[in-house]
Design a protein around this ligand. Structure first.
Ligand code: C2E
Ligand code: CA
Ligand code: CA
Ligand code: CA
Length: 281
């Protein structure tokens, strides 16, 4: 009887109850935001390091909250992941980015030479209809699939199952390119790089941060660049904030980069300014 009493008490633990209620409310709010079109996609330029010319953009989602203002993805992506809402949200971001690319291409000849990177979470990757949905979005918006880069994380590749390899192969068959995001932060065995059909390595911001100050960080970044060269993959450095980092990365042979030094993520209209051609020169 004593045990049952304790169990019953645990069932009504007020702190736990509050947590559950809060999570349910947050989830409902997120669902409402998706239905009410409160999300917006911002775009951060990716540049050719020697010339700092625009070669592409990364699509990054934000929540334009009616009371709290613009909210960054780190506050809501984890909940979207855990509730599975990342599947419709991620699909929406991809469609938005493809529509935007099609509009830029129609208006600016320069846009036909750029790529648009879109983040794909592990949860989306496991979703059954992913490849068909992406195929539908590409066909529906009419974008050149070669201009789309899907960014996936190392942890996803770590699962190294037949179905991972199968999905990656089917994505590649659509004509899109694949990038490994945050490269170097996972517990990776390098052997998977040879087996998976990836095209681009993105050097994580944590290595770029200390490239001129922390012993070993430049060595690590250089190792990634060398690895990319050996496997004929492009390398993109993330989070470049200073001219020193920019110059060091060029010395190491890194081709492309993105970071606040070049531009912060911004609304589509800011990218259009660059694509008119006047600002690029
Ligand atoms: P990420 O994919 O690694 O994206 C790069 C993040 O670094 C972005 O943060 C960007 O604003 C930030 N960043 C770029 N340059 C600099 C710099 O020079 N200094 C600093 N300190 N930060 C820089 P953001 O937009 O807050 O996004 C955070 C994360 O949220 C992303 O990291 C990505 O993992 C996730 N995310 C964003 N949009 C999406 C999406 O549509 N789908 C999915 N699944 N995840 C997304
Ligand atoms: Ca990314
Ligand atoms: Ca990243
Ligand atoms: Ca990162």
């Amino acid at each position: 009887a004593k045990g049952a009493g304790r169990d019953r008490y645990a069932l009504f633990d007020p702190a736990m109850y509050a947590d559950i209620m809060r999570e349910a409310e947050d989830r409902a709010e997120l669902e409402g935001a998706l239905a009410g079109q409160e999300f917006v996609v911002h775009y951060q330029p990716i540049v050719d390091l020697p010339t700092s010319r625009l070669i592409g953009v990364e699509a990054l989602v934000r929540w334009q909250h009616p009371e709290r203002g613009l909210i960054g993805p780190n506050t809501f992506i984890p909940l979207a992941e855990s509730t599975g809402l990342i599947v419709p949200l991620g699909r929406w971001v991809l469609r938005q980015a493809c529509e935007q690319l099609a509009a830029w291409c129609a208006e600016f000849p320069l846009a036909r030479g750029i790529r648009v990177n879109v983040n794909l979470s592990a949860r989306q990757f496991q979703h059954e209809g992913l490849v068909e949905e992406i195929a539908g979005i590409l066909a529906g918006t009419g974008v050149n699939p070669h201009q789309i880069v899907l960014e996936i994380t190392e942890s996803l590749l770590m699962q190294d199952t037949d179905s991972t390899i199968d999905t990656l192969g089917r994505l590649k068959a659509l004509g899109v390119r694949l990038a490994i995001d945050d490269f170097g932060t996972g517990y990776s065995s390098l052997s998977y790089l040879k087996r998976f059909p990836v095209d681009i390595l993105k050097i994580d911001r944590s290595f770029v941060d200390g490239i001129d100050t922390v012993d070993g960080d430049a060595t690590l970044a250089e190792a990634v660049v060398q690895l990319g060269r050996a496997l004929q993959l492009q390398t993109v450095a993330e989070g470049i904030e200073t001219a020193e980092q920019w110059s060091t990365l060029q010395d190491l042979g890194c081709e492309f980069g993105q970071g606040y030094l070049f531009a912060r993520p911004g609304a589509a209209a800011e990218i259009a300014t660059i694509l008119t051609g006047t600002a690029a020169d």
